[in-house]
Design a protein around this ligand. Structure first.
Ligand SMILES: [Zn+2]
Length: 69
């Protein structure tokens, strides 16, 4: 995966729901908001910061069986 999200971009991105900080998932394929329990997918290097498109953290983890904390 060459298209990773930059730290600079990550710093300015906030959760659209709570306006709080989001964190990059371990696989760098989603931005996670623990507060809202939402995972925003990163598609082609672009985070989809839409509440309607977001998955719950459970859905995200279930979808990606290799992601474990
Ligand atoms: Zn949030």
């Amino acid at each position: 995966m060459s298209e990773s999200i930059s730290k600079e971009l990550l710093e300015i991105i906030a959760c659209p729901k709570c306006k709080g900080d989001v964190e990059l998932s371990k696989k760098e394929d989603a931005l996670l908001c623990a507060k809202c329990n939402l995972a925003y997918e990163i598609r082609q290097g672009i985070p989809v910061m839409l509440i309607d498109e977001a998955l719950s953290l459970e859905e995200y983890q279930r979808r990606d069986g290799s992601w474990q904390d």
